[in-house]
Design a protein around this ligand. Structure first.
Ligand code: EPZ
Length: 429
C-alpha cells in the first residue's frame, strides 16, 4: 500500500488527536498484571496496539473489544509466560510483557524486540533494572528470559534516560517486595500515564514525571477503568503539517503542556501558536524561519518529531542544524527528501538543512514510522504528485492518517496499485 497525494493545499480546520500509542503499549502490559477486568479507553486503533493485543491474547488474556477505542482485558487465566508471537519480533514494546509477567509470575520469556530500524536499540538498561530487583536475566534462542525466586525492591540508576527501561522496571517493581528507586528515570508523559494507570490498579508509585521514581511494592493489583492520554507526537505531526503547508490547524483533545517543546519551536519558526484548555491552533506563515534543534528526552524536543522538523526546515528561510542525540540512525528520510529538491547534508548525528523555495513531488519510500509521516507532510507541501510507499510503518502509529489529513483539506489517498494511483492523478488533475 502507498499514499499518493497532490501537494499545494494548506491544511486547514480541526483534527481530533487519538490516544497515545506509546502510553497505550505500557498500559496494555500493566493490565495483564491484574486478575480482574481492566477497562481501557481512548486506545488508538493502530497497528502496534493491535499487535500487542494479539500477543496478549496469545498467552491467554481475555481480550474483549468493546469498540474501536475501548477494550476490556482479564488476565486471570494466563496459561503461559512464553511470548513468542510472530508479531512481537516485529515490534518494540513487546518487551513490556517481560516487566509485567516477571512482576506477576516471577518468570517471563519474551521474544527479543524488533521495532523501527532507527539504531541499535539495546535493552541492557531494562535488564540492569530487573537485576536490581532480584531477577536473573539471559538471552537464549532469540528469547529474553527473566526469572526470580523472589523479587525484592532495589535501587537502579539508569545510565541513560530510557522510556522503555523506566516503564519496564516500574511494572515489575509494582509487585516486588519492598521499595524500588529508579534514578535518572525518563519523564515523558507516557511514563506518567503508565504510573497513573498502575496506581489506579493499587500500585504505589511516586515521582513519575521527575527523574526519581519511588515504587513501594504491593501484593496484588486490581481491576480499573482507565482512559489513555492523547498522543503528543500525533498532535505534533499535525501541528507541523500546518507549518509546512502554510495552513491553519487546530489539534483537539490534547494536553497543551505536553506540547511545549514543539509549540515553542514552531513559534521560533514564525508560526502563530495559540493554546486553549485542550487544543492548540497553529497558523503557518508564507515562509518559515529556520532554526536549530537538538533532540532530547522530555521535556526536550522529542526525537519522534525530528523528521517532521527536518521536512519543515527544507522549506524554511536560511540554514538550520538538527542534532539527533537519541538514536544514531534516524536520518534515513534525508535521502528521500533530496529527491524532492531538498538540500540536506548529514554528518554523523548532525543534519544541516538549507531551505529551498519549493519542493517538488517524487516517489518516496517510508524508512520508519515518524520519517514516513514527515515524508507525507513534505509531499503535501510540495508541488505536484508525491507517493510514499511502505506505509505499513506509518500505520503502526497513526490512526487513519490519510482520512484525518483529508479532513483538513489534503488531497491524499491510500492506493494498492498503479491503476488506483493513476485514477487519483486523473481525478486530482
Ligand atoms: C520509546 O522507545 C518510544 N517507543 C520511541 O518511539 C521513542 O523514539 C523513544 O522512546 C524515545 O522517546 C515506545 O515507547 C514503544 P528509550 P524506547 O529506551 O523506550 C538507549 C515511535 O516512533 N537505550 O527511551 O525503546 C537507546 O538506544 C518510537 O513511536 C540503551 O542504550 O527508547 C536510545 O539511544 C520510535 N539501553 C536511548 O537509550 C537500553 O536498555 C533512549 O531509548 C534502553 C535504551
Amino acid at each position: 500500500m502507498k499514499y499518493i497525494m497532490k501537494g499545494g493545499n494548506p491544511l486547514a480546520g480541526e483534527v481530533v488527536i487519538s490516544g497515545a500509542k506509546n502510553a497505550a503499549l505500557g498500559i496494555l502490559a500493566a493490565a495483564v498484571m491484574a486478575d480482574d477486568d481492566v477497562v481501557i479507553d481512548n486506545l488508538p486503533d493502530v497497528r502496534d496496539i493491535n499487535v500487542m493485543l494479539d500477543a496478549i491474547d496469545s498467552i491467554g488474556v481475555l481480550v474483549k473489544r468493546v469498540n474501536r477505542h475501548k477494550v476490556i482485558l482479564n488476565g486471570s487465566n494466563i496459561r503461559t509466560v512464553h511470548v513468542d508471537n510472530e508479531f512481537i519480533r516485529r515490534m518494540r514494546a513487546g518487551y513490556y510483557l517481560i516487566g509485567a509477567l516477571l512482576g506477576k509470575y516471577r518468570h517471563a520469556e519474551v521474544a527479543v524486540p524488533g521495532g523501527c530500524n532507527i539504531g541499535s536499540r539495546p535493552i541492557d538498561q531494562h535488564l540492569k533494572g530487573f537485576a536490581a530487583i532480584g531477577a536473573h536475566t539471559s538471552v537464549e534462542y532469540g528469547m529474553i528470559i527473566a526469572d526470580a525466586k523472589r523479587l525484592t525492591g532495589g535501587h537502579v540508576y539508569l545510565d541513560m534516560v530510557s522510556v522503555g527501561a523506566t516503564i519496564n522496571v516500574m511494572l515489575a517493581a509494582s509487585l516486588a517486595e519492598g521499595r524500588t528507586i529508579i534514578e535518572n528515570a525518563a519523564k515523558e508523559p507516557h511514563v506518567v500515564d503508565v504510573a497513573n494507570m498502575l496506581n489506579s490498579m493499587g500500585a504505589d508509585i511516586k515521582g513519575a514525571g521527575t527523574d526519581v521514581i519511588r515504587i513501594r511494592g504491593v501484593q496484588r493489583l486490581h481491576g480499573t477503568e482507565y482512559s489513555i492520554i492523547p498522543d503528543q507526537i500525533e498532535a505534533g505531526t499535525f501541528m507541523f503539517g500546518a507549518a509546512l503547508t502554510r495552513g491553519d490547524v487546530t489539534v483537539k483533545n490534547i494536553i497543551p503542556k505536553h506540547m511545549e517543546a514543539i509549540s515553542s519551536k514552531l513559534m521560533e519558526m514564525g508560526c502563530e501558536v495559540v493554546e486553549f484548555d485542550d487544543s492548540i491552533r497553529v497558523v503557518g506563515r508564507p515562509r518559515l524561519h529556520s532554526c536549530n534543534v537538538k533532540t532530547l528526552p522530555y521535556p526536550g524536543f522529542p526525537t519522534d518529531m525530528q523528521p517532521q522538523m527536518g521536512a519543515a526546515l527544507c522549506l524554511a528561510d536560511g540554514t538550520g542544524i538538527i542534532t539527533e542525540s537519541i538514536y544514531e540512525d534516524r536520518f534515513k528520510y534525508v535521502s528521500e527528501l533530496t529527491k524532492m529538491g531538498a538540500q540536506i547534508k548529514v554528518e554523523g548525528d548532525v543534519a544541516v538543512v538549507t531551505g529551498v523555495e519549493r519542493l517538488t513531488g517524487a516517489e518516496l519510500v517510508a524508512p520508519d514510522l515518524r520519517a514516513g509521516a514527515a515524508l507525507v507532510l513534505a509531499g503535501l507541501a510540495a508541488d505536484g504528485f508525491t507517493t510514499v510507499d511502505e506505509i505499513q510503518y506509518i500505520q503502526r502509529g497513526y490512526e487513519e492518517f490519510d482520512k484525518k489529513l483529508r479532513g483538513l483539506g489534503a488531497e491524499i489517498e491510500m492506493v494498492s496499485d498503479s491503476r488506483e494511483a493513476q485514477k487519483f492523478r486523473l481525478k486530482a488533475g
